[in-house]
Design a protein around this ligand. Structure first.
Ligand SMILES: [Zn+2]
Length: 391
């Protein structure tokens, strides 16, 4: 049994990371830095080549403002090459599981997710995606099924939670007229929420005054970046406004879902860049929020895997083209970027399930400051155990 000790000095170092100051006027009863909160960004398929493609067309990316960088080994429990379900489940539960699994371990039994831990701690929660909300990545935070194709069951899982913000596609899986069992999940999730179904309705809202928000912008899957409205950045800004009303902090997962789809399609470079920049602009919204409103917000950017074996080839004229080696996922490690409280824990080379366990532990503890205080009181070090793995 290998145990990984997370020394408290690391957490302390993370807390001491430089903060961009000047918070706005604080709301009564809250500190300017705010309660510990997490924004987890998952770029589906966003391997290093995808970020490199975006860098070809942008002088500076949002991720460049995140001081901690790492690499993540994302394999599944039964396959060297993983998929969005197994990898998102590793991030959401800290357990490495099989290809296609949603919120269940290798034995197909449910495993508690970081969103569920956040709910237990009465933090606000949110899921935002540029895919159906029942797709593998968002699904892995709020459902427990052994097969990612069970969209109607995943919708049930999402509806069984008390999630304050749901923004994405996949309305049909909640709609009683389109569900095989006729169950009205739509009413269940929108009953106490502001509910919008178009970019116009969404943009007309003052999201600072909305306590709960559900937005479906497509019956199934939203269109690609460029023709997709609202943009992921707009959705992220709205989600942060709604969630920051909560004085116990929040956990928000934002997925750039379609980077992977451009890879599967072996799409032209401009389409790849367009998806990654759409995702990066959403990260900028969180950076702005962290800088201007709540510095006690951890921003973590990961990928579930890379797709297509994308390489960037340039000619003598300096024109770049995308070259692909496959239409499937690939085995290489993926980049991680982090900033804010606890960020230093995520640097270096890590397995995706360890990233998940660190995230769970931070949310469970109420952030690195709290984890340090509790450990100091009990005289114990803050430890996170790692399952044994053959060397
Ligand atoms: Zn894929």
């Amino acid at each position: 049994m290998k145990r990984i000790l997370i020394l408290l000095t690391l957490a302390a170092a993370a807390c001491a990371s430089p903060r961009q100051a000047s918070p706005p006027a604080a709301v009564v009863g809250e500190t300017p830095e705010g309660p510990f909160s997490v924004v987890l960004f998952i770029g589906d398929g966003a391997g290093v080549a995808y970020w490199s493609a975006a860098k070809l067309s942008a002088s500076e990316l949002g991720i460049e403002a995140l001081p901690v960088v790492g690499l993540v080994d994302v394999e599944a429990s039964d396959s060297r090459i993983t998929d969005s379900a197994a990898s998102a489940t590793a991030y959401s539960t800290g357990v490495r599981t099989f290809y296609g699994a949603i919120g269940v371990g290798p034995d197909s039994m449910p495993v508690q997710t970081v969103l569920e831990v956040a709910e237990f701690r009465r933090m606000a929660t949110g899921l935002v995606a540029t895919s159906s909300l029942t797709h593998a990545t968002p699904g892995s935070f709020a459902a427990h099924v052994p097969n990612r194709n069970y969209h109607f069951e995943i919708a049930e899982g999402i509806a069984s939670h008390d999630i304050e913000v749901l923004l994405g596609g996949g309305r049909r899986y909640f709609d009683p007229a389109q569900r095989p069992d006729g169950v009205d999940l739509l009413t269940r999730i929108t009953r106490r929420a502001t509910y919008v179904t178009s970019a116009e309705e969404f943009r007309a809202l003052d999201t600072n005054t909305v306590p709960r928000l559900v937005g479906f912008f497509s019956d199934t899957f939203p269109p690609p970046a460029g023709s997709r409205e609202p943009s992921l950045a707009e959705l992220t800004r709205g989600a942060l406004n709604v969630l920051s009303r909560e004085d116990r902090g929040f956990f928000l997962m934002v997925e750039g879902s379609q980077i992977d789809w451009r890879g599967h399609d072996n799409a032209p470079l401009m389409q790849v860049i367009s998806e990654v920049l759409d995702f990066d602009l959403a990260i900028r919204e969180a950076l702005h929020y962290q800088r201007e409103r709540r510095s006690n917000t951890l921003i973590l950017v990961v990928a579930d895997h890379s797709t297509g074996g994308l390489a960037l080839h340039g000619d003598a004229m300096g024109v770049f083209r995308a070259h692909y080696t496959t239409e499937s996922h690939t085995a290489e490690m993926v980049p991680l970027f982090a900033g804010g409280p606890g960020a230093a824990l995520f640097g270096g080379v890590k397995d995706n399930d360890l990233v998940g366990r660190l995230l769970l532990e931070l949310v469970r503890s109420g952030g690195p400051d709290r984890a340090r205080a509790v450990s100091a009181e009990s005289g114990a070090e803050w430890t996170i155990s790692s399952p044994s793995r053959p060397h």
